[in-house]
Design a protein around this ligand. Sequence first.
Ligand code: C2E
Ligand code: CA
Ligand code: CA
Length: 518
Amino acid sequence: MFTRYFSSNRKILFLSIITGVFIALLLGSLQFLWSYHKREVKFDTLITDLSVYMENYFDELKTAIDVLQPLTLGSCRDVSAELTSRAAFSINVRAFLLVRDKNAFCSSATGPLNAPMEELIPQLHINKSVDMVLLEGTPMLPDTPAIAIWYRNPLVKDGGVFTSVNINLTPYMFYTSRQEEFAGIAVVIGKRALTTMSSTLVNAEDLHETPARSATLRHIPLTINLYADTWTKDELLLALLFGLVCGIAAGSLNFYILTIRLNPGKEILTAIKLGQFYVVYQPVVDAKELKMRGVEVLMRWKHPTMGEIPPDAFINFAEAQKLIVPLTLHLFDLIIRDAPRLQAVLPPGAKLGINIAPGHLHAESFKADMRAFNASMPPNHFQTVLEITERDMINQHEASPLFDWLHDEGFEIAIDDFGTGHSALIYLERFTMDYIKIDRGFVNAIGTETVTSPVLDAVLTLARRLNMSTVAEGVETPEQAAWLREHGVNFLQGYWISRPMPLEQFCQWRPDMSQAGE
Ligand code: C2E
Ligand code: CA
Ligand code: CA
């Protein structure tokens, strides 16, 4: 039962802390992974958007240049007007230059010219079908970086179209500066790079950091690098905070549920209120005639969800939770309620064995409780026998006067579970008690080859000498009964006679001792 596992508040606290830490770590890491994932997705989206945008741009540029390629065959005078208007209608294009025999001979900006490409843009390889370089600037915009692109015309010897286009990372600069995790964007062409981190061109080798994302365009030797932090302080802080809050919440909830909701101490009080406890009666017969001389009252708890909870579990628990007094008082109420019906089946003087837990025995209210119980029972009918285990008498100096008081009040006392404690025989001589209830462990051993029987013999002899009656508990077989009767035990109790029964069944019970062979 759960009560065994969560019997102390310290255990509950410990468990709650463990739960809290576990949840904090779990949810904190999940939160961190989630923001990590979100950032990864953001990176992917940005790099894809950028490459798609640039690819589209260069595809359109290529289409425009394909139209211009035939012009490389004509003379500048004939084609310059068209060249100029094409450049005017091409977004971001600074100038188109027509090239033939490695010579730029016509510019959309300045008309006819005669400039060897080697001098104009030495880094550009005009033998390649497409080539690109980054420029610090162009003659007309010397401080604004541009991309120089070369498209060869395979039909013309060392000819083709050369163009310079604006490249402007300013919008991305704004974007990345607003997003905490982004460090910047770089456009790398050959050995040079334009970045949002610097206003001038840098050497591609000087871009130390490894980019978070990198994409090279189709058909074009241009690479876009995305620089970003793997995680940001904010994300880590958020994960920590989230974990902490969840951990505290989970730990507290755990603590609340275990202490308040599942707190079995409270459950006992609730169970009393809801009438979940009931009593069963187990007959005790005298050994000679096997006639019922009394009953032992045993408590039961029918829990709505956990079913029948054995008394060993809840009695100990009630004691630990300091609830044994209300529980015993409830037991008294149940007995008082059953008393009229018991009176009808039990003869006057019948013994009513009630188990008294040590926690109650030594409680302040004990004497008053016992008096109140006596006063509520039918007068002069039952002989109440209080069953007290021997371990409850250890170190209890008040036991002796208390027993005297109980006797004066008309109660009888039985030492319960006799033989399970230590130095048991000492108690027999020290205290005045009426019955010894021999523990079922001894009874069980009857018939087996153990040292139990001589000990049992000694106990029975001593009991006779001290004028005490003996009750054998847990008598389950006729052999046990026969042995006990032979050895002079006074009363028998056990499954051989009857199991404990609810009131209804007990009222109908008739001893059937046919097995006894008498
Ligand atoms: P106990 O006082 O020794 O009670 C006798 C126990 O032995 C009962 O178990 C009973 O059902 C069981 N028993 C009877 N005959 C036989 C038998 O032939 N064979 C076997 N194997 N068992 C037999 P139960 O009812 O489960 O009670 C267990 C213990 O719980 C009791 O031991 C008693 O210490 C405690 N208890 C039960 N009801 C109360 C109560 O109302 N108040 C207090 N303080 N303790 C109680
Ligand atoms: Ca008992
Ligand atoms: Ca017992």
